[in-house]
Design a protein around this ligand. Structure first.
Ligand SMILES: C[S@@+](CC[C@H](N)C(=O)[O-])C[C@H]1O[C@@H](n2cnc3c(N)ncnc32)[C@H](O)[C@@H]1O
Ligand SMILES: *[C@@H]1O[C@H](CO)[C@@H](O)[C@H](O)[C@H]1NC(C)=O
Ligand SMILES: *[C@@H]1O[C@H](CO)[C@@H](O)[C@H](O)[C@H]1NC(C)=O
Length: 224
């Protein structure tokens, strides 16, 4: 085993060996490489958080709500009070709109770029005291403390989310689903059409339905 010192291959030494005439061209080459490389890195940094959710258990890409969808959500929050949470808050548009209506509004979002952008937007729109954005995985937190829950997810996640919310939400909570309804719950109301459709579910309804499902039916011999 021989320990050959690597200093001989040090780029600094090579630099001194370069003919002075080539330096300018090389500098430009480095600048171009740097700009191209930097741009690629920026594109990579921005897109990776959008792509990686596809590799997670349930894919939930960033598709922002339309203004009609936001209007429909606000309509469904009318006559409600307390807090609003948007599960997968994206660029914070629903959270900010709810804060402007007087709610304490909270967003959970996995993509750090979107979280920082949401905080900036909330500050710019003057509602940063009425909003909070958390960089957290929606499957790892509880939503039990919120009185209104908004979700704009993807079809595959609605079943596991239905189960999660059913066990953790309190009795006076309203759940608002955008674009994709929950598979089993019966909505109390819906509004809008096409991709802008919004469904509301009052937790008394789905909690009661669940209790009735668990109750043994009268007059039937259950259990073998
Ligand atoms: C369909 S977008 C909806 C964005 C926003 N609610 C709106 O309506 O404009 C869903 C968002 O959920 C985020 N997301 C995906 N998986 C998540 C997870 N496990 N925890 C928290 N957020 C997640 C995505 O990054 C994406 O921004
Ligand atoms: C934000 O919250 C403060 C109290 O923390 C309240 O005075 C103010 O009216 C709220 N803003 C909006 C737009 O509701
Ligand atoms: C929601 O609908 C159910 C019946 O489907 C009803 O019992 C419940 O009172 C409704 N909730 C509200 C808040 O209207």
């Amino acid at each position: 085993m021989s320990k050959v010192p690597e200093e001989g291959g040090c780029p600094k030494d090579n630099f001194h060996l370069k003919p002075p005439t080539g330096t300018k061209r090389r500098t430009w080459g480095l600048v171009v490489t740097g700009v191209v490389g930097g741009s690629l890195l920026a594109v990579y940094a921005v897109t990776t958080p959008f792509i990686t959710p596809a590799l997670r258990r349930v894919c939930l890409p960033f598709v922002p709500a339309t203004s009609t969808q936001i209007e429909n959500v606000l309509k469904m929050l009318h006559s409600r009070s307390g807090s609003v949470v948007d599960i997968g808050s994206g660029d914070g548009r629903i959270v900010i709109a709810a804060a402007k209506e007087g709610f304490q509004a909270v967003g959970f979002e996995l993509n750090p770029w979107l979280v920082w952008y949401s905080r900036y937007r909330a500050w710019r729109e003057g509602v940063h005291h009425n909003t909070s954005f958390f960089m957290l995985d929606l499957w790892k937190v509880s939503f039990s403390q919120y009185t209104n829950v908004v979700i704009f997810g993807v079809p595959q996640m609605m079943l596991p989310l239905e189960k999660k919310l059913q066990t953790e939400l309190q009795d006076n909570t309203r759940v608002i689903a955008c674009r994709f309804p929950f598979p089993h719950w019966i909505p109390n109301h819906s509004t809008g059409e096409g991709v802008d459709t919004v469904w509301i579910y009052d937790s008394q309804t789905f909690k009661k339905a669940n209790r009735e499902c668990l109750k043994p039916t009268k007059g039937h011999a259950v259990g073998h």
